[in-house]
Design a protein around this ligand. Structure first.
Ligand code: ATP
Ligand code: MG
Length: 236
C-alpha cells in the first residue's frame, strides 16, 4: 500500500532522513520506533506532504506522492494525527471533527462522525465542548478522531499515547487495534516501544535518520539490541 524508497529530507543544513526505506502492507499495523530526534515525525510529515524530500520516492497505492499537495494526499486516502495533538482549542469537538472532513459530502460527514463516535463515545458526549477545555486524553482522542473523519485507508499516528496515564495508554492501543480491525492500515510512531511492538505486525527502528533494524513486531520485542536501547526499564 505504501512504499517509501531512499528518502532524504533536509531542514536547512540538517540531514534529518538519510535514505529511509519502509513498506506498509494493506491491512497491517506497522510501527516506527526510535529515540527523540531520530526522524520519526519527519517520516510521517514527508508521507503527508508537510515536508518535501530532497530525493527518494513515496508511493501510495502505486502512485508517487512526493510532489502531491497535502489536501490531495488526504483525499487519496491518508489521514494524519500529528504529534502534540494540535486540536483547535477555540472550536468545539464537533467543529474540530468537521475540519477533518473538509472536502466531504454531508453523507460522508455523517458517516465519519458515526464511525468516530462509535470508537470514542466520549467525543459524542462532549461534542459541544471547546476542544481547549478537554483533558489531555480527550484531546488525543479528538486528534485521532479528526484524522479518521476522511475515512482514510492509511492512518498515520504520531505518538498517540504521549503524556497519557497508563490506563489511558492501554485504551489508545486497544483503539488502534480496533481501527485496524475495522479496515484501516496503520503506520504508528511511538516512544512507548513495548506497547507499539506488541500491537504491530511489522516494525522499523529509526536511529539518527536511518533504519537500523526491522522485523516482525513481537520478534523485535525479543531482540537484545531493541531491549537494551528502547525497553530499558522492562528488560530486567
Ligand atoms: N522544522 C525543523 N527545522 C529544523 N530542524 C528540524 C525541524 N523539524 C525537525 N528537525 C530536526 O530533525 C531531526 C528529526 O526530528 P523529528 O521531529 O523527525 O524526530 P522524532 O523522531 O519525531 O523525535 P521525537 O521522538 O522527539 O518526536 C531532529 O534533529 C530535529 O531537531
Ligand atoms: Mg516526533
Amino acid at each position: 500500500m505504501l512504499e517509501v524508497t531512499d528518502l532524504n529530507v533536509f531542514y536547512g543544513g540538517i540531514h534529518a532522513l538519510k535514505g529511509v526505506n519502509l513498506k506498509v502492507k494493506e491491512g497491517t499495523v506497522v510501527t516506527l520506533i526510535g529515540a527523540n530526534g531520530a526522524g520519526k515525525s519527519t517520516t510521517l510529515r514527508s508521507i503527508a506532504g508537510l515536508v518535501r524530500p530532497r530525493s527518494g520516492s513515496i508511493k501510495f497505492a502505486g502512485e508517487d506522492l512526493s510532489t502531491t499537495p497535502t489536501h490531495q494526499i488526504i483525499q487519496r486516502g491518508i489521514g494524519i494525527s500529528p504529534e502534540g495533538r494540535h486540536v483547535f482549542p477555540n472550536l468545539t469537538v464537533l467543529e474540530n471533527l468537521e475540519m477533518g472532513a473538509y472536502h466531504r459530502t454531508p453523507e460522508q460527514l455523517r458517516d465519519g462522525l458515526d464511525w468516530v463516535y462509535s470508537l470514542f463515545p466520549r467525543l459524542e458526549e462532549r461534542r459541544r465542548q471547546l476542544a481547549g477545555t478537554l483533558s489531555g486524553g480527550e484531546q488525543q482522542m479528538l486528534a485521532v478522531g479528526r484524522a479518521l473523519m476522511s475515512r482514510p485507508k492509511l492512518v498515520l499516528l504520531d505518538e498517540p499515547s504521549l503524556g497519557l496515564a497508563p490506563l489511558v495508554v492501554e485504551e489508545v492501543f486497544r483503539t488502534v487495534q480496533t481501527i485496524n480491525q475495522q479496515g484501516a492500515t496503520i503506520l504508528l510512531v511511538e516512544q512507548n516501544a513495548m506497547a507499539a511492538l506488541f500491537v504491530a505486525d511489522y516494525a522499523y527502528v529509526l536511529e539518527t535518520g536511518r533504519i537500523t533494524l526491522e522485523g516482525v513486531g513481537r520478534e523485535l520485542l525479543q531482540d537484545q539490541r531493541v531491549r537494551k536501547a528502547y525497553l530499558g526499564e522492562y528488560s530486567g
